[in-house]
Design a protein around this ligand. Structure first.
Ligand code: FRU
Length: 495
């Protein structure tokens, strides 16, 4: 019974996708190589997994229009993490526990269980007395057609956790037992709750894996927990933490007690558009994280979601990033090496000097490009290095400033496209630094900037026109020496 109802809703959504997708495909703000939906609204990455020889992206989707509502799970597969094939939607609202226009099938994850693909997601409903969130299961033999479990929901909010603040299960298997970490709030403090199960259907509460003591916000969305070498990592997106939107904690974990003892914390990305990352394991053992490139209205930078909804779509993922552990237990987030297959028109320079006379750089068409360089900190005496991206004759630009005196990295989009606003900022740690690396990916509607060994990163959306395609560099208060300069155009893979 339940399967028929969901199938009907999926078919209804597909009729709309088929009707609109060719028109939306030609929208001028469509990305060239960042993953995005065919039609409608996308937010969190869900159920990321390598299963039966392919990478699977599932994603929060409202297929009908470019605004958040009525959550379905979209689905796409890839063999290289770059080229994606859209598949039928995996989940649609259909049951009393997940059918509501301002609810639906919320975020969750995937795990392989005896060859089958299991999804665990949050059903969000509202029967007149507020939103209710419960954890639910769906499974599939072929990884394409999913059936919701008749015994859903499998987990209800525990005592003390408000029914509307209990969501986003991330499941994994360890030593034959399934574990799940779920975002929650108790006494207005964020928590990651740990559950376990022998069979994926019957779950018991195990422990509070970690919680805010007031310093990490009132609710933790989209927690993710995994081992990285000899450490464990908890990533989550805290609500009520102002500029901090996607953070990680690293420490030690004990499967006997279910308690995580973290010692180090850090920011996955300081940009205005990076949220709700989820990770998965590639077959070669890499841990890869993917975030949603946007933000919610409750965040300090939020103005709106950008103009792409006028083209009938909204939302894309940030580039997949490999997570690596440093000796001091901080993390690096490195764009995956697969992105190199997009490169064309390479240009390299061993070294050059910049001063206060701005120099124009060439990278692809100036819209879709990759730029890499190192600043020789021993030879550089400038106070600041400024990179102006997506510049036009009309003076519009995105200004990326590395301020060596103030130890500040900032990306300013206040005069960028007539739409976007805000300045993202982070501390540049320069003590004893001989070289400072910069790596930039620009696409039609976003710029991701990675610096300092991929530990100081900024993802920001911008909606500049194609006439904004110049790149300029200059140094202020002295000269800067640039080494190992590389630039590339990047091929389009979404038309
Ligand atoms: C995070 C989030 C999740 C929720 C989903 C709803 O961006 O708010 O907590 O499950 O989006 O679409």
């Amino acid at each position: 019974m339940s399967r028929e109802l969901m199938l009907e809703n999926i078919k209804r959504a597909h009729r709309v996708i088929e009707e609109k997708k060719d028109m939306i495909k030609n929208g001028k703000m469509r990305q060239h190589y960042h993953f995005m939906p065919q039609t409608g609204w996308l937010n969190d990455p869900n159920g990321l997994i390598y299963y039966k020889g392919k990478y699977h992206y599932f994603y929060q989707l409202n297929p009908y229009y470019g605004q958040w509502d009525y959550m379905h799970w979209g689905h796409a597969v890839s063999e290289d993490l770059i080229h994606w094939q859209y598949l039928p939607l995996a989940l649609a609202p259909s049951e009393k526990y997940d059918d509501h226009i301002r609810g639906g099938c919320f975020s969750g994850s995937a795990v392989e269980c005896d060859g089958k693909l299991f999804l665990m997601y949050t059903g969000t409903s509202n029967h007149g007395s507020g939103y209710e969130q419960t954890q639910c299961i769906a499974s599939s033999e072929d990884g394409i057609q999913f059936t919701k479990y008749e015994g859903n929901p499998v987990i209800l909010p525990p005592d003390g956790v408000p029914a509307d603040l209990f969501r986003d299960p991330k499941v994994w298997k360890h030593d034959g037992i399934y574990y799940m970490v779920c975002g929650a709030s108790r006494n207005k403090r964020g928590q990651a709750l740990l559950y376990r199960s022998q069979d994926m259907y019957h779950w018991e509460f195990f422990n509070v894996l970690a919680e805010s003591r007031g310093e990490w916000g009132y609710m933790w969305e989209c927690p993710d927990f995994y081992q990285l070498e000899d450490k464990y990592v908890l990533m989550f997106s805290p609500m009520g933490e102002s500029d901090r939107k996607a953070v990680y904690l690293t420490g030690d974990f004990d499967y006997d007690t279910g308690k995580f003892d973290w010692q180090v914390s850090g920011e996955i990305d300081w940009g205005m558009d990076y949220y709700a990352p989820q990770s998965f394991l590639a077959p070669d053992g890499r841990r890869i994280a993917v975030g949603w490139a946007n933000e919610w209205p409750w965040m300090p930078f939020w103005k709106d979601w950008g103009p792409t909804y006028t083209e009938g779509w909204c939302g894309f993922f940030n580039l997949p990033r490999e997570v690596r552990l440093m000796p001091d237990s901080t993390l690096q987030f490195i764009p995956v090496k697969e992105l190199e297959i997009l490169r064309k028109d390479s240009r390299t320079m061993d070294s050059f000097t910049v001063d206060s006379n701005a120099v124009e750089l060439t990278a692809g068409d100036g819209v879709s490009f990759e730029l890499k360089m190192k600043i020789d900190m021993e030879q550089t005496d400038a106070d600041q290095l400024e990179l102006n991206l997506r510049c036009g004759e009309d003076g519009k630009k995105i200004i990326c400033t590395l301020d060596f005196r103030k130890a500040l990295l900032q990306v300013d989009r206040n005069n960028s496209d007539g739409w976007s606003e805000g300045i993202s900022k982070s501390v540049l740690f320069l003590k004893e630094k001989k070289q400072l690396d910069i790596h930039i990916f620009s696409d039609q509607s976003s710029i991701e900037i990675f610096t300092d060994h991929y530990q100081n990163n900024h993802a920001n959306n911008v909606f500049s026109d194609n006439i904004h395609n110049q790149i300029w560099i200059r140094a202020l208060g002295g000269k800067a020496i640039i080494r190992e300069y590389e630039s590339y155009g990047l091929r389009e893979c979404f038309r």
